[in-house]
Design a binder for this molecule. Structure first.
Ligand code: 1CP
Length: 346
């Protein structure tokens, strides 16, 4: 049976424009907080297929989204490559052994072995698929990875950063070393995504959350080409699995976007009309309401109507222009989903 979300990814006619939200399983849901507490902490939740499956399904059952996204984190990949990961309450992820030298890169665990250690992710996918099938099988499951660049920023800096000064020092003073990290991560991600597909995901999304940290003239060299390499690898083997690319905050690169994938994720700082003009005839566009509009139902409806007017007759998937924030009222998230489905109904 064809799923409305997968159809929309391939640009096919659908009864309405499907919608999901980045970070849709998370802290704004009291039900998520309960399961996370039961699991012990965030990383233990990622490692627990039964509970990760439960929180994946929460936005499907509570909020009414058209696609589920696997509950996990982009950072489990460097973690299984041998990097010591901790999520510190209140401040975010931390790698205690950031990469500094070539020897540190050589010590990282390679593609087959690292991807094989992520069995808890594949088990989670299998459980989610069973549950979605039991609900009628109409909701698609999105699997995901971080882009090599975004993963490398955490591996080099050791944590989230505002300036990216350590990785940019490497970019300009020792680019070969940065490319060595990016190439190694790319190989792991290829096998990881292949295994996610084999376990049952319907769609792939590649998050390049920190794309905007790279100057436009260097973006292809240090990030996009690696994302395209991953997409090419997957497309050759699995042409029926659509790929969504989400490079956040790169309006100056829109003219240069290329590659074999179906959907381009538009972040909230890029006007949808600009993305439509530059990319609308090449790719399905996903996005892009500013997530903070979710604080107001009126501001949400206004934006959904504007996006719908812009994308009327075009190939489109509704989403936020980045992740939902933890203090958004659940009823406002439900309102957003219903409004997207209402205004686009054919
Ligand atoms: O419960 C908690 O307190 C942890 C909060 C949390 C959650 C719910 C983190 C920590 N990760 C997640 C889940 C998550 N992460 C998903 C689940 C599926 C869903 O969307 O519902 C996904 C897709 C991610 C991906 C992710 N993790 C990204 C890319 C997407 C984005 O938002 O840009 C990034 C950058 C991360 C790193 C990360 N994970 C968590 C934190 C606090 C961070 C750091 C963010 C930063 O550095 O600002």
């Amino acid at each position: 049976m064809s799923k409305i979300f997968v159809d929309a990814c391939f640009g096919k006619e659908t009864p309405y424009t499907p919608v999901w939200m980045m970070r849709q399983a998370g802290r704004y849901l009291p039900e998520y907080m309960r399961v996370r507490a039961e699991a012990g902490n965030f990383l233990k939740l990622c490692h627990n297929p039964k509970k990760a499956c439960e929180v994946t399904l929460q936005p499907v059952d509570i909020v009414g989204v058209d696609a589920a996204i696997l509950f996990s984190d982009i950072l489990v990949v460097p973690n299984e490559m041998g990097m010591d990961l901790e999520f510190i309450k209140g401040s975010g992820p931390k790698f205690h052994n950031p990469i500094k030298t070539e020897a540190d890169i050589d010590r990282l665990i390679g593609a087959q072995e690292a991807a094989s250690k992520l069995t808890y992710v594949y088990e989670t996918i299998e459980l989610i698929k069973k549950e979605l099938d039991a609900r009628g099988g109409e909701t698609a499951l999105i699997g995901f990875t971080g882009a090599p660049w975004t993963l490398a920023t955490y591996m080099i800096e050791g944590e989230g950063t505002k300036t990216y000064n350590i990785c940019k020092k490497m970019m300009y003073s020792n680019p070969a070393l940065l490319h060595k990290i990016l190439a190694k991560v790319t190989e792991v991600v290829k096998i990881y995504m292949q295994k996610q597909i084999e376990a049952g995901i319907d769609v792939v999304q590649i998050f390049d959350s920190w794309a905007a940290a790279i100057e436009p003239g260097k973006y292809d060299e240090f990030s996009w080409k690696y994302m395209v390499e991953i997409a090419d690898f997957l497309k050759e083997k699995y042409p029926h699995i659509p790929i969504i690319m989400f490079p956040k905050g790169i309006p100056a690169f829109l003219d240069k976007v290329y590659g074999n994938f179906e959907v381009f994720g538009v972040d909230w700082s890029t006007p949808m009309s600009l993305a439509k003009e530059k990319l609308g005839d090449k790719y399905v566009l996903q996005g892009n309401m500013e997530p903070c509009r979710l604080y107001s139902k009126e501001a949400t409806t206004e934006c959904v109507e504007i996006i719908q007017e812009t994308m009327q007759g075009e190939r489109h998937i509704f989403n936020l222009g980045h992740g939902i924030l933890p203090d958004v009222p659940v009823e406002n998230a439900i309102h957003f989903i219903k409004e997207c489905q209402r205004v686009s109904k054919k």
